[in-house]
Ligand binder design. Structure first.
Ligand SMILES: [Zn+2]
Length: 289
């Protein structure tokens, strides 16, 4: 006797989703739950700008039902990888529909650093999972609705916390220009010796200018990032004679079981770190007068 349709459907294997990097993998897990099996090409604490795919990555893409990428030229290696893998299934661009900002002359890919844009990412992922597994659509809709509520709650909390910082305590130096969307959304100013990717070296003039600004305490806080080389920020700290105020998670989550192992935990950690670093800053000589 044939099993009833509902039993056959419950036993159907999970949708195999390959995400380009850890933030997207977490969002897909949130929306997909047990109905998806997600892998991330670029792992925790790893730099997607400098990623170079292996034959094993091509095999993972070949075996996928769905591929999810950020877009905005974040994954410069993805088109070649997909071509090499022979994958012919859907490729979802999670940032589809946001208004991109520019970082210099290039598109700034770091749109997940705004919770408003993250909502769009979740909507795009929900629609893509629903199209790939129509029988699970209700599950995806319910899980996405719950997730969107948690994102909205964190958004209110973020606006309130950063809103308490005085106007002269809103300047941050980080290693690369990854927080433009964050800055625009929440009213901070970020400066970085490196432009929107990590594959460029800062000019001596740009570095010297940042060191002068940091020394004059015109940059409120100096923060590391979890991806990439800490030496640039450490050098600015040493030459400017100021401390490093902690580390932000820019382009990757932390490993499972640690402080920033989901998108929401990463974002909340960044907000706490920023507010703390900017609040505990020594007043500049000008402010102290
Ligand atoms: Zn980046």
């Amino acid at each position: 006797m044939l099993a009833p349709a509902s039993v056959a459907h419950a036993a159907s294997p999970p949708l195999r989703v390959v995400a380009s990097f850890s933030v997207l993998a977490d969002m897909v897990r949130e929306v997909g739950g047990a109905s998806v099996e997600v892998t991330s090409l670029v792992g925790p604490n790893a730099d997607a700008h400098l990623f170079s795919p292996t034959p094993a990555d091509a095999r993972r893409v070949a075996g996928a039902d769905l591929v999810v990428i950020n877009g905005l030229h974040f994954e410069g290696w993805i088109e070649r990888l997909i071509r090499a893998s022979g994958y012919a299934g859907p490729v979802v661009v999670a940032s589809q529909g946001i208004t991109p900002r520019l970082a210099g002359l290039a598109l700034d890919p770091h749109a997940w650093q705004s919770l408003a844009h993250a909502k769009r990412y979740v909507e795009n992922i929900r629609a893509a999972l629903g199209a790939a597994a129509p029988l699970q659509r209700q599950v995806f809709d319910a899980r996405a609705a719950d997730y969107l509520q948690r994102i909205a709650a964190l958004e209110l909390d973020t606006i309130a916390r950063i809103g308490q910082l005085p106007a002269q305590r809103r300047r941050v130096i980080t290693a690369h220009d990854a927080f433009g969307y964050f800055a625009a959304a929440y009213g901070l100013e970020f400066v970085a010796p490196r432009a929107g990717s990590t594959d460029n070296e800062p000019s001596a003039e740009a570095l010297a200018r940042l060191i002068r600004e940091a020394r004059a305490k015109r940059a409120g806080a100096l923060l590391l990032e979890n991806t990439g080389d800490p030496r640039l920020i450490e050098r600015i700290a040493r030459e400017a004679g100021i401390g490093v105020g902690g580390a932000l998670y820019s382009d990757a989550l932390s490993p499972p079981g640690t402080v920033a192992d989901t998108y929401l935990r990463m974002f909340a950690h960044n907000v706490r770190t920023l507010v703390e670093a900017l609040s505990t800053l020594q007043p500049s000589s000008k402010e102290a007068q």
